[in-house]
Ligand binder design. Structure first.
Ligand SMILES: [Zn+2]
Length: 454
């Protein structure tokens, strides 16, 4: 090849590289420009000055107002505290995942003409949560640590989501001065934590048993308060004697469920835990939930059975588990949760939520049978009422290790056309699941019903 030809090829190469680079920049601009121009980033409180937007709850109650150079939060102290893990803070301790995700829509930024603040228009985000229900959760929880969530399993709207501890951003406490009281205060425990499920996990084992063991509903188990499984002993909360499948869930018999888990075996249990999404995360409105864990790859016979009872290395994320409970109530398939209903700029709708489903995770008959069993629990044990509605639930008491009080968990649903709600609550160190959690969920459900009716 002579010198001239080499130079020509080099020129072609340069031209091609510039062309590809130009395309990359244009594509990145088209996709990301709104995020570049408006960043509510962590540690950048100064940027607040450039904002011109507000956030309201499902009924229009102001949660955050940054229009006309204001910087205000909700009037009610409890609502301000309940909202910090959703809205983030301006000190940069709690990221504003959601506001960042919709920064472009909130600013009304236009890729061709730039930002349009000139006509006095501002961004307005409407959330699905109810300030009234958020406040009810704060009042019901008191000083306890943990988290609570309630959502509509037919539409996906989250009506209540609060993580404890929290604080009123207008009266910032001295967190370093009381590290125990504010342990993990910057974490949204509902979305970004995973917990040992304890007996609430018996719902997963029961779902697998209903699908895989033909005569499970007619089986009788025998519990003498403990049983040797593999080479270790499973301890039960009582000596239940002869006990059927339905009663075993109602009385939360560890011996019966360890035998059921053993019969299902590690492979089938893992298949159902996967299908239900225990080890997967959900992603919505800028949030990505923490993955749970169900790993029996190196489990002994005892450990696999112990996992079927909700212990061993089991971990659940409460938001993900709430959608599972919603699917039980809704015939095996539930809507995926979300928080942002819509975003407007001026009169224009920039974003409108759409209902999405997580797909079928349970056979309709399995879901119906399990819902009946959970309703039987409520009728016999828990006493959570929503008018005449069909309510189902399962409690859990999750061991955390020597010297620590167990965590109290409660997961359930209201099966109703008017109030199709699924709920999950955990009180860390709260002891027995139903005793601690049922009164909390009752108060919050009552508030959610008011929010739906109003
Ligand atoms: Zn038992």
């Amino acid at each position: 090849m002579n010198k001239l030809a080499k130079r020509a090829w080099f020129a072609y190469f340069l031209a091609a590289a510039m062309f590809v680079g130009l395309i990359v920049i244009l594509v990145r601009y088209a996709v990301s420009a709104p995020d570049w121009i408006t960043n509510y980033a962590v540690g950048a409180p100064d940027r607040v000055r450039f904002r011109n937007d507000m956030v309201v709850d499902r009924s229009g109650t102001m949660l955050m107002d940054y229009t006309d150079e204001k910087s205000e939060l909700a009037d009610d102290e409890a609502v301000r505290a309940a909202m910090i893990h959703i809205l983030g803070d301006t000190q940069g301790n709690i990221p504003s995942y959601m506001l960042n995700a919709y920064a472009g829509e909130m600013s009304g930024y236009d890729r061709l003409t730039g930002i349009r603040h000139v006509d006095g228009s501002y961004g307005k985000m409407q959330l699905t949560v109810s300030a009234f229900a958020q406040k009810a959760a704060v009042n019901a929880f008191g000083d306890q640590k943990g988290t609570i969530g309630v959502y509509n399993y037919k539409t996906g709207e989250i009506l209540c989501m609060v993580s404890f501890p929290n604080y009123d951003p207008h009266n910032m406490p001295d967190i370093a001065d009381d590290p125990d009281a504010y342990d993990g205060v910057y974490v949204n425990r509902f979305l970004h934590s995973a917990y040992t499920p304890g007996s609430t996990f018996k719902l997963v084992t029961a779902a697998a048993a209903l699908a895989e063991i033909d005569d499970i509903k007619d089986r009788t188990f025998h519990c003498e308060g403990s049983a040797l499984i593999g080479d270790e002993v499973v301890i039960c909360n009582h000596s239940h004697g002869d006990i059927g499948f339905n009663e075993a869930l109602c009385q939360s018999c560890n011996v019966a469920f360890a035998h059921i888990a053993q019969e299902l075996g590690a492979e089938r249990l893992s298949k159902y835990a996967d299908r239900i999404g225990i080890g997967s995360s959900l992603s919505f409105d800028g949030f990505i939930t923490k993955k749970g864990n169900f790993d029996l790859s190196s489990a002994t016979t005892f450990e696999a059975a112990w996992a079927g009872v909700g212990q061993y290395t089991d971990q659940i994320n409460l938001c993900q588990y709430m959608t599972f409970v919603g699917a039980i109530a809704n015939g095996g398939e539930a809507a995926l949760p979300y928080l942002v209903e819509n975003v407007r700029f001026g009169t224009e709708i920039q974003y409108q939520a759409e209902r999405k489903t997580g797909g079928r995770i349970l056979d309709p008959q399995v879901a119906a049978d399990l819902a009946d069993m959970m309703h039987y629990n409520v009728a016999n044990n828990y006493h959570v009422y929503v008018g005449d509605c069909f309510v189902g639930a399962k409690s859990g008491t999750a061991e955390r290790g020597a010297g620590l009080n167990p965590d109290a968990l409660f997961a359930g649903f209201v099966r109703s056309e008017e109030y199709p709600l699924a709920f999950v609550v955990i009180v860390e160190g709260g002891g027995e699941g139903s005793t601690t959690c049922a009164p909390i969920i009752q108060q919050v459900l009552d508030a959610c019903i008011v929010a739906i009716d109003s």
